[in-house]
Write a protein of this length. Sequence first.
Length: 91
Amino acid sequence: MGAIFRLASAHADCSYSRLARLCEMTPSRVSQYAKGTMRVRDQRVFERVADGLRIPGGMLGLARRPWEVRTQTRSSNGRQDALHCSAGRFR
């Protein structure tokens, strides 16, 4: 989990605060995972990270996420629901 947050922070120029909001956790928790001082012990954390950052479930050892099917067929409004970063912000 720490590697995911470190990569998102470094390569997408996204703050831990922003990552925390996307993954429904506190910035201090994201920092602890990124630094390796805390390990994930609950599958729901993996699910929130997968959903918040739009990481396919299979990449985190999870079942396909509900939005993965929608991404392949496009949502009804034509919006692609994949992880993107623009100017340091995920959308």
